[in-house]
Design a protein around this ligand. Structure first.
Ligand code: SAM
Length: 273
């Protein structure tokens, strides 16, 4: 029998946010795979946990996943942690998780802090559906393409960004998404935690004075009467494609088309079976 791979979320600032279960797992496993062993050592020292550590970061994921899988196969239990928050969410993890699944090794999530979820729930913007884009591509052209892709989407948008790139990202957002409502969540769970709820223009005027870790939550596109009329003048297939491009699944698309056209959803459903 193989060992188990635990994906353990750790705090994003406030150490009280570690769960009892996460502490127990960190104490029980044979080995902890950490994005930055020095960072994780600080956390372990704080909770008086002594455990062997192995580094597992973006630049060694391929090689290290192989080593971790061998250890799991020889019945070692391993906890995977990142520097902060949930591993795999804009942090290393995907590679070893995929390989573990291929090898029929149990992958067990240990829930806890995740910056984007906490920024979203307190943002005051719609939590019903969202586009999580992580970090936008560095390449100017690619990042514009990415934003163009979701420009028409009514879903709330979530972006991670490094503080020194925040201004130029806000400028790109303004260019493409225009002046929408935006929430900047700063220093979550820390002493200077702050939510700045503005529109993109006003936030741009303030951004030079803001420091610390930040996330952006942006309002999805609002459908105007004009757009509604335009949608209704499309063929059903074009209407379908419009929502498909926004990332909605078939069931959601059918519901939306039926609502826009004020018809029964079975009527639309029958056209797409
Ligand atoms: N895995 C992490 C998670 O679960 O949220 C995300 C890691 S990603 C490399 C780091 C980015 O997350 C930062 O650039 C920032 O956008 C966001 N972030 C992390 N901690 C934060 C905090 N305490 N307050 C605001 N944003 C934070």
């Amino acid at each position: 029998m193989s060992g188990k791979l635990y994906i353990v979320a750790t705090p994003i600032g406030n150490l009280e946010d570690i769960t009892l279960r996460a502490l127990r797992i960190l104490k029980e496993v044979d080995l902890i795979a950490a994005e930055d062993t020095r960072q994780t050592l600080k956390l372990l020292n704080h909770f008086e946990i002594t455990k062997p550590l192995i580094s597992y970061h973006r630049h060694n994921e391929e090689v290290k996943s192989h080593i971790l899988i061998q250890k799991l196969k020889s019945e070692e239990n391993i906890a995977l942690v990142s520097d902060a928050g949930t591993p795999g969410i804009c942090d290393p993890g995907e590679e070893v998780i995929k390989k573990a699944i291929e090898e029929n090794i149990d992958v067990i999530p240990i829930p806890g802090a995740c910056a984007m979820i906490n920024a979203l729930i307190a943002s005051g913007l719609s939590t019903a559906e969202f586009n999580f884009l992580g970090f936008l591509p560095l390449n100017k052209k690619l990042r514009k393409e990415k934003l163009e892709e979701i420009k028409e989407s009514e879903k709330t948008i979530i972006l991670y960004e490094a503080p020194h790139k925040m201004k130029s990202t806000l400028e790109d957002l303004k260019d493409i998404l225009e002046n929408r409502k935006i929430v900047l969540a700063r220093e979550l769970t820390k002493i200077h935690e702050e939510f700045i709820r503005k529109n993109i223009d006003d936030l741009l005027n303030e951004i030079d004075n803001l420091k610390g870790e930040m996330i952006l939550i942006i309002e999805g596109a609002t459908k105007t009467e004009e757009t509604e009329n335009e949608l209704n003048s499309l063929t059903i297939e074009e209407h379908y494609k419009y929502y498909e491009k926004q990332g909605f699944d078939k069931k959601e698309i059918i519901k939306k088309i039926a609502k826009d056209r004020n018809v029964n959803k079975n009527e639309i459903y029958m056209k797409f079976i």
